[in-house]
Design a protein around this ligand. Structure first.
Ligand code: ADP
Ligand code: MG
Length: 987
């Protein structure tokens, strides 16, 4: 306080007891009393120093009272005025601003002092009040908070901060016509009104609230208000303290956004790190971009391996045909391409005009703004992500940096997922490969191998087409690829056999590359061929076996380009498996062929074995039977020479005929057991043989068939055939047998075709019928001796005998037949040129000389009856006969005879136990060269001429013998010895 002490001015007429007054007033502890002589001095003092109380005598003697009062009023600080009135003086005017008037009477001092004291006290109070009012106003005006007092109808007070905050002057605001709602943004008005409504109802309200204020310029401000309810100037009012919280709000918003960004990144990191594969990572990323960044559409394109393009992997919010337009974009071009190339963010406010936009139609899709950020893993850019907005949009730096962070985040995830995908794919391929390998191992059939491999490959790669082609060489020696198997998705297997010449087209590319290759629709050179195949991408792998190409495996994809890469990694190993499987199948099939050939050869051998066993058996039987017949015939013939009675002679002739017939039968049995003998072979014209056989069988196929009411036609298809070495009669017999069998097989009639021809340089003759054909079990046994399906009507010897004959001709028999399909018998024979080496060098010796007598004959024969009949017959013919029952004794006799009378000829039986006829003949020849030896045998012409010669056999005596034959053989022997010019001598 500047004036701690108060001042009291006193100016009263001297007539007054001033001292007493002075004494009373001067004792005041807080006030100084100044006594002044007149009004002028008072005014002067007041103007100079001011005072709190002025005590004036009334009337004022020296000055016009009006002047004094107005001078007093004009003072900046008007003191309180007291008058001490003369008792008889008129009262001072009431409007003179006199606080109180006291009459100058004795004793007035006391009330005066009390009055002065109370005035001084009031003055002090007032000044304190004024000071605190000043302080209050200072506070009100200088505080940063905007403060207002709102009465029932209008603002009663606002401070400077309030004026500044809202842009209105206090006068404007406090004017009764000012509507306080102008200070509230529309969006906050309902809330404020609601508060007012509640306040009016006297309901408790939170003292603090926030709302959006509107300043005079129309801008929105975030403010918070603290309200207290007061009575101001007598009215119920609200006192509000307003704070501008826009900055705080902004800060809060920034904080929130930052939080949200962190949450987004966190969320993205969490989701993408959980994502099992690349597609899911991308799906989640794009979803988050749309949700968090408020895009209308978003998508991700990734760089294509080894190619300068970015390819759309996942887009949301755009149509399929729109996605197709951004499917592939060259690196560096457009927003996606640029971000992926440079790693820079591309922000576009207006897609319709921005020159960076490559896909110009994007704004026609309804998008206005876009932002494109690179997807990066460390410092490698993997691709780009784009966000598209329908509305105009600014991208704040924080947003851009968030997007960049997302790009990094995504990059890491993409790399990880791609790695995972690759691992997965590799794993899948391995499993699939294993499956292919196992499936391939399950079959050795070539066609099956192809199908298994193709099925698996198509399945694993989800290919739309698959095909396998094999390399082959055409007759001119040019290499070609033949499509051996092909299938489209959902279609049937095809074996189109399409051929492509060396170097032509996709398949050959793989072959010339020597490794799997991929061709896609963007490869202009492949375009037309891809079109022809109806696919957009193919992958082809060569089938390599021991480093050599044997074919190609090719898969095609109709829609999704870029699939070839994955296919490549799979096709390589699969084709290796396939090539190996093909090799195995080939090996297996050639093994099968070899096995079949082996089996056929074995069957042939078995058949030959069977035949020769049977031959040996029948030879034995025939031999014994021949001996029996020989005895009968010999005796009969001998008897014929002794018996003159013609009746007896006729009986003997009957016996003789029966014996001869029996002999003929025995020869027939011997027929098929003849092996190797070809002494009677000559060049034979097959066509002639065929014609003869057809003619000879006419009775069967024409006459009898007609009689049975059916018709059998016989056609011949004869071509110029080189002659064969053989026995025409035997070959005729073979054909006759075949034609007879054919007739038997056609009970309803039909046609027989007999053909000749040359195949592989070998002549053949075939007999084909339209008959019943044979089931496999019959076909397998037709050549077995005695096998017949004709019951008692058949002998089962026709084909076995024929087989023997064909064997003897060094030929081959083949049967082609199927039940109900007729039968063809084919006989292949060596041509005469080829058969030359088989020709015998010495013609057979045939006994034809005239009769003679007196020969000395040694007969070696184990069978007693034959020995006797032979001896008897020779003796009847007047020869000298010595007999021996086996080889050794015969040789001993010979030596003895030679030492004496000598021997002209030795007859020895062929089949004897111990020493055979051959051995006997050899021994004789060795001891007495030139001594004729005759072999007694039932084998007739089947004796090998070479063998006869080497054993020194000169003559053959066929069993059973006839008398005349025997005598002529002896004569022949005699002639031989004569020719040899000397009588055989002992050594
Ligand atoms: P056979 O004629 O006496 O039965 P084969 O040795 O000639 O004896 O024939 C043996 C069997 O072979 C016949 O019973 C018959 O079952 C079968 N066969 C031979 N040729 C034919 C043919 N052309 N068609 C059908 N079956 C045949
Ligand atoms: Mg027959």
């Amino acid at each position: 306080m500047s004036s701690a002490r108060s001042r009291i001015l006193l100016s009263v007429p001297a007539s007054w007891d001033v001292a007493r007054l002075h004494g009373a007033l001067a004792s005041h502890p807080d006030a100084d009393l100044v006594t002044l002589p007149d009004a002028a001095a008072v005014l002067k003092d007041l103007q100079a120093q001011g005072a709190d109380v002025v005590i004036m005598g009334w009337p004022i003697p020296d000055m016009d009272p009006a002047r004094f009062f107005s001078a007093l009023s004009a003072l900046p600080r008007r003191p309180e005025l007291l008058t001490l009135d003369a008792p008889d003086a008129p009262a001072p005017p009431p409007d003179a601003g006199i606080h109180a008037s006291l009459t100058r009477l004795p004793g007035v001092e006391k009330p005066l002092v009390r009055l002065v004291e109370s005035l001084l006290e009031a003055g002090r109070l007032r000044s304190r009040l004024e000071q605190s009012e000043r302080q209050y106003t200072d506070l009100l005006q200088n505080t940063r908070d905007a403060i207002y007092i709102l009465g029932p109808t209008r603002f009663t007070l606002v401070n400077r901060a309030f004026e500044e905050l809202l842009g209105y002057s206090g006068e404007e605001i406090c004017h009764p016509s000012f509507d306080y709602q102008r200070l509230i943004a529309p969006e906050s008005r309902p809330m404020i009104l609601e508060r007012a409504r509640l306040a009016a109802r006297g309901e408790p309200l939170p003292p603090r609230y926030e709302f959006l204020a509107l300043n005079k310029a129309g801008q929105r401000l975030d403010v918070s208000v603290s309200v207290s309810y007061i009575v101001y100037s007598g009215d119920p009012s609200s006192l509000g303290v307003l704070q501008d919280i826009t900055a705080r709000k902004q800060y809060e918003k920034a904080l929130l956004r930052r939080n949200r960004e962190l949450a987004v990144l966190n969320d993205l990191a969490a989701t993408v790190s959980r994502a099992p594969d690349l597609t899911t990572v991308l799906e989640m990323a794009v979803e988050r971009l749309i949700a968090v960044m408020g895009f209308n559409a978003a998508g991700i394109s990734l760089k294509e391996n080894g190619r300068d393009v970015v390819r759309a992997h996942l887009f949301r919010g755009i149509k399929a045909e729109q996605a197709a337009a951004i499917q592939e974009i060259p690196l560096g071009l457009g927003l996606l391409g640029a971000a992926a190339k440079t790693g820079d963010v591309q922000v576009v406010r207006d897609l319709s005009t921005d020159p960076r936009v490559a896909v110009k139609e994007v704004h026609k899709w309804g998008f206005k703004a876009a932002v494109c950020v690179p997807i990066q893993a460390k410092d490698r850019v993997l691709g780009s992500a784009i966000g598209l907005c329908v509305d105009e949009r600014d991208f704040a730096p924080e947003e851009v940096s968030l997007l960049l962070s997302i790009g990094h985040q995504l990059g890491t995830a993409v790399e990880r997922a791609a790695l995972y995908d690759r691992q997965e794919a590799a794993m899948r391929r391995l499993l699939a490969l294993d499956e292919v390998a196992r499936a391939l191992a399950s079959t050795l059939d070539r066609q099956e191998v192809f199908r298994v491999a193709a099925t698996q490959v198509q399945h694993v790669l989800n290919a739309d087409t698959v095909e396998i082609s094999l390399l082959r060489t055409d007759p001119e020696g040019a290499r070609q690829l033949e499509v051996v198997l092909q299938r489209r998705r959902g279609g049937a297997w095809e074996e189109p056999g399409t051929l492509t010449g060396e170097g032509e087209g996709l398949r050959w590319r793989a072959l010339s590359a020597g490794k799997p290759v991929v061709l896609e629709a963007h490869d202009a050179s492949a375009e037309s061929e891809l079109g022809a195949l109806g696919v957009r991408c193919v992958a082809a792998a060569p089938l390599l076996l021991d480093g050599k190409a044997i074919g190609a495996l090719m898969v095609g994809f109709a829609s999704d380009i870029g699939r070839g890469e994955a296919a490549l990694e799979f096709l390589g190993p699969v084709s290796a498996h396939l090539a190996l499987a093909i090799k195995n199948a080939r090996m297996f099939s050639s093994m099968e062929d070899a096995y079949r050939e082996l089996k056929e050869a074995k069957d042939q051998l078995v058949l030959q074995e069977k035949l020769s066993a049977l031959g040996e058996m029948s030879a034995g039987v025939a031999h014994d039977f021949n001996n029996v017949l020989g005895a009968i015939l010999g005796r009969t013939q001998l008897l014929k020479t002794f018996l003159p009675d013609p009746t007896h002679l006729r009986s003997l002739e009957v016996i003789e005929r029966a014996a001869l017939d029996g002999a003929a039968t025995v020869r027939r049995i011997q027929e098929f057991s003849r092996v190797g003998g070809s002494g009677d072979f000559q060049a034979v014209d097959l066509s002639q043989v065929v014609n003869q056989a057809v003619e000879m069988t006419q009775a069967r196929w024409q006459v009898r068939a007609r009689a049975e009411g059916v018709e059998i036609r016989v056609n011949t298809a004869l071509t110029e055939v080189p002659s064969v070495m053989g026995n025409a009669q035997e070959l005729r017999e073979v054909l006759t047998n075949l034609i007879h069998n054919a007739c038997d097989a056609m009970p309803q009639g039909g046609a027989i075709t007999v053909a000749t021809g040359v195949e592989g340089g070998r002549p053949f003759v075939s007999v084909q019928d339209t008959g019943t054909g044979m089931p496999p079990e019959v076909k397998a046994r037709v050549f077995d001796p005695f096998f017949t399906t004709k019951g008692v009507k058949g002998t089962g010897l026709g084909l076995s005998v024929s087989y023997g004959i064909v064997q003897r001709h060094h030929g081959e028999f083949e049967v082609v037949t199927e039940l109900g399909q007729g039968t063809t018998f084919i006989i292949r024979l060596p041509s005469s040129a080829a058969a030359e080496t088989l020709q015998p060098s010495v013609p057979p010796v045939v006994a034809t000389a005239a009769s003679a007598t007196g020969a000395r004959v040694l007969v070696v024969e184990d069978e007693e009856s034959i020995r006797d009949i032979l001896a008897d017959m020779l003796r009847t013919a007047e020869h000298h006969v010595v007999t021996a029952h086996d080889g050794p004794s015969g040789l001993q006799q010979l030596d003895e005879l030679m030492a004496g009378a000598g021997v002209d000829v030795v007859f020895t039986d062929l089949g004897m136990p111990g020493m055979s006829g051959w051995e006997v003949a050899s021994a004789v020849h060795q001891r007495y060269p030139g001594l004729p030896v005759g072999l007694i045998t039932g084998w007739g012409a089947s004796l090998d001429v070479d063998k006869m010669k080497s054993h020194g056999v000169d003559l053959v005596i066929p069993k059973p013998f006839r008398f005349e034959q025997l005598t002529s053989v002896v004569a022949e022997a005699m002639e031989l010895s004569r020719q040899r010019g000397r009588k055989p001598q002992p050594p």
